[in-house]
Design a binder for this molecule. Structure first.
Ligand code: DAT
Ligand code: MG
Length: 151
C-alpha cells in the first residue's frame, strides 16, 4: 500500500504521559519511552521539569479531598518529572492499557506498572506513570504541562 495523506477530517489523537519522580529516579524513563514507541505511538513533545504546587493542584483537581491527595502532591514534588505528549489513533486508551492498573500489585504483567512497579507500603501508590483518561482530560492536561505548545 502506498502512503496517503490523512483526510482533512482526521484528527490526531494525543495523550499526556508523565514519567513520575519514581520512574525518573529509578532510571526507567528510557524503558517507558521505549514501550510507547515500540507500540507505534509517536512522541510529539517531551520535557524534564520540576512540577509546582500550582500545576499539580490543577492537574489533580479531581482528587482534592481524598486521603491520598496530599501524599500524591508531595510525591510528585519529590523529583524531576518527564512530561511527554504521545500521539496516534487510540493513544488515550492505548497508553492506559500499556500503563496497567493504578495499583501496581494488581497491574498485569506486561504492563509498565505490572512489570516495573510494586507497592512500597506508602500513603500513595508510586506507580511510575500518569496517562490521561479521556480526550477531554488529555487536552486539558497538555495545555497545563505544555503551555504554548499550541497542540
Ligand atoms: P490513575 O493514575 O491510574 O489514573 P487515579 O487518577 O485514580 O489513577 O489516581 C491518581 C494517582 O493517585 C494514582 O496514579 C496513584 C494514586 N492513587 C490513586 N488511588 C489511590 C489509593 N486508593 N491509594 C493510594 N494511592 C492512590
Ligand atoms: Mg487518573
Amino acid at each position: 500500500m502506498t502512503d496517503v495523506a490523512p483526510a482533512a477530517t482526521e484528527t490526531i489523537e494525543r495523550t499526556l504521559v508523565l514519567v513520575k519522580p519514581d520512574g525518573v529516579r529509578r532510571g526507567l524513563s528510557g524503558e517507558i519511552l521505549r514501550r510507547i514507541e515500540a507500540k507505534g505511538y509517536t512522541l510529539a513533545a517531551a520535557h524534564l521539569l520540576d512540577a509546582t504546587p500550582e500545576l499539580l493542584a490543577a492537574h489533580y483537581a479531581e482528587h482534592e479531598g481524598k486521603p491520598f491527595y496530599q501524599p500524591l502532591v508531595d510525591f510528585m514534588l519529590s523529583g524531576k518529572i518527564l512530561a511527554v505528549v504521545a500521539e496516534g489513533q487510540g493513544v488515550v486508551p492505548g497508553f492506559r492499557s500499556l500503563a496497567g492498573a493504578t495499583n501496581p500489585t494488581e497491574a498485569a504483567p506486561g504492563t509498565i506498572r505490572g512489570d516495573l512497579g510494586r507497592d512500597w507500603g506508602l500513603k500513595v501508590q508510586q506507580n511510575l506513570v500518569h496517562g490521561s483518561d479521556s480526550d477531554e482530560s488529555a487536552a486539558r492536561e497538555i495545555a497545563l504541562w505544555f503551555p504554548g505548545l499550541g497542540l
